[in-house]
Ligand binder design. Structure first.
Ligand code: GH3
Ligand code: MG
Ligand code: MG
Ligand code: MG
Length: 303
């Protein structure tokens, strides 16, 4: 394989939880050809593995010494990290009430022992496919269709999380809004499709300025973008860098009052959050600074 080949898609990871070694081995052998298999012999070690490893599906025994499978599932559903992982019970408990309980707890499926290998494989495949589709839909729901960056919903959620994070750490939180200057005239003169190209370009450039882990670049609204930088201590250069990147691309904009190239203005706040800080208060403060940048002549940033 040459270095330019794309990495092969990772095999889905399945955690097999059963106190009986023979059962674990049988399931592992059944699935190991096209899955990565992890093993756990009891509920406690299953939960520990799930906390530190990304698992795509769990095959879960019910009767085990210590924590039983029902309790393991209940615990999984309590943690944000694991609450959506599909769980299939594989169990000798064949009573209707037990199967009902497992499904009501949120199991994806309930399979009785002794297992029929081909059926287990098919069910595993079906639930992995469903789970993959759900993840894809979730990710589309947080993505802006035009530019591919985060959308407003993702930004709102990330801002809530960032506020909680910096409240714990005591670090500052940087929030900025950028707005394309004289964009209405751009659309009017160059056409809406060219305007769309500009928005894609601006999005792609902003991604370069806020790219530490934990940073987020989002489309805030029509021709407005936002960056979120928890733990940033020096925010002003970031804003200025964004402004320069767009201006130096020298995209012609004959009808701009700033022109003759396309520019953006930006407003930001770098704040210590307290109990009264909300996403709304942060964006209102950033918007106020943006307004100042606009009235002061555009193609500038204010913090
Ligand atoms: P200012 O410098 O004060 O920001 O002026 P402006 O013309 O940029 O501001 P205004 O809010 O009047 O116009 C924003 C324009 O952005 C109007 C709208 O048609 C355009 N717009 C919003 N969303 C999109 C989009 O998805 N694609 C395109 N091409 N244009 C969009
Ligand atoms: Mg057992
Ligand atoms: Mg605007
Ligand atoms: Mg504008």
């Amino acid at each position: 394989m040459s270095f330019s080949d794309p990495a092969p898609p990772a095999l889905p990871t399945i955690l097999v939880v059963d106190d009986d070694r023979l059962n674990r081995t049988a399931l592992a052998e059944l699935l190991q050809e096209d899955h990565r298999i992890l093993l756990a012999r009891d509920g406690e070690s299953a939960l520990a593995q799930l906390e530190k490893t990304d698992v795509d599906l769990v095959l879960l025994d019910v009767s085990m010494p210590g924590m039983d499978g029902f309790e393991v599932l209940a615990r999984l559903r309590e943690s944000e990290r694991t609450m959506s992982v599909p769980v299939i019970f594989i169990t000798g408990k064949t009573e209707e009430a037990e199967e009902e309980r497992g499904l009501l707890l949120g199991a994806a499926d309930y399979v009785n022992k002794p297992i029929r290998g081909a059926v287990v494989r098919a069910r595993v495949r079906a639930h992995l496919a469903l789970s993959r589709q759900r993840k894809e839909l979730e990710s589309y729901a947080r993505q802006d269709g035009l530019t591919g960056i985060a959308n407003r919903r993702a930004l709102d959620e990330a801002t809530e999380r960032a506020i909680a994070q910096v409240r714990r750490s005591g670090e500052p939180l940087g929030v900025a809004i950028f707005d394309v200057d004289c964009f209405k005239q751009y659309n009017d003169f160059y056409g809406h499709a060219a305007g769309d190209d500009v928005l894609r370009h601006v999005a792609a450039q902003l991604v370069h300025v806020a790219r530490r882990k934990g940073d987020l670049v989002a489309r805030y609204g029509g021709e407005e973008f936002s960056i979120l930088m928890p733990g940033c201590v020096d925010f002003a250069p970031v804003l200025e860098h964004a402004r320069q990147l767009i201006a130096s691309a020298a995209i012609p904009h004959e009808r701009s009052i700033v022109g003759p190239v396309l520019t953006i203005s930006g407003g930001g706040v770098l704040s210590r959050v307290d109990g009264s800080t909300t996403p709304r208060s942060l964006f209102e403060a950033a918007d106020k600074m943006l307004y100042e940048a606009k009235t002061a002549g555009r193609n500038q940033v204010r913090l």
